[in-house]
Write a protein that binds this ligand. Structure first.
Ligand SMILES: [Zn+2]
Length: 190
């Protein structure tokens, strides 16, 4: 039985539930592409089945912010996925804030250990700062998914060095998530 991974590319292309912007980049474009790379990598590995929340860069989910988030959760719950990975890019008013972090609903959970593995592989491959795994029980997609779920903040779009990585290292971010998932599951790289 293949392990079913739901990859959520975080945001809509425009309008409600669009992402952050900075340094000439848009979060929703980066998360779309990193998610598509991750889906391609997983689809090439027989041990996994994968679905993404957005199948084209133009696809809009929901009719307002809440329904956009709810749609992503319902797609994963109805499948049902074994793991839910939501991909985001962070932003801060302070341009010096940088690094990667992964959010989970609570500590000492499957999600928490998956998050630790994903975060350490991203940091090792892309060279972002390790901001650690953080608990946030108010995030909609973490609260409402039925399976272990992580929300990955790849790096800060508002920081110059991070933005360069977000622009140039999108495949490495995706591969880091993949290897982190393998390490969590105790599976070898092919
Ligand atoms: Zn986001």
């Amino acid at each position: 039985m293949a392990i079913k991974i739901f990859v959520d590319q975080g945001h809509n292309p425009s309008g409600f539930n669009a992402g952050a912007e900075g340094n000439g980049l848009r979060e929703q474009d980066i998360t779309y592409t990193v998610g598509a790379y991750l889906a391609d990598i997983l689809a090439a590995d027989d041990r996994f089945e994968v679905r993404t929340s957005r199948t084209t860069p133009e696809e809009v989910l929901g009719y307002n912010n809440t329904s956009s988030l709810r749609t992503r959760v319902e797609m994963a719950n109805e499948w049902p996925a074994d793991y839910f990975i939501s991909i985001h890019v962070n932003a801060n008013n302070n341009p010096n804030i940088n690094g990667s972090e992964v959010y989970v609903y609570r500590t000492e959970s499957a999600s928490y250990y998956l998050a630790q593995n994903i975060l350490s592989e991203i940091v090792r491959r892309v060279g972002t700062k390790d901001n650690g795994v953080r608990v946030n029980s108010s995030l909609y997609v973490l609260r409402n998914t039925d399976m272990p779920a992580v929300l990955v903040e790849l790096a800060y779009i508002t920081n110059t060095e991070d933005a360069q990585k977000l622009r140039d290292d999108q495949y490495q971010f995706a591969y880091g998530i993949y290897v982190g998932l393998l390490n969590y599951l105790g599976l070898p790289q092919l």
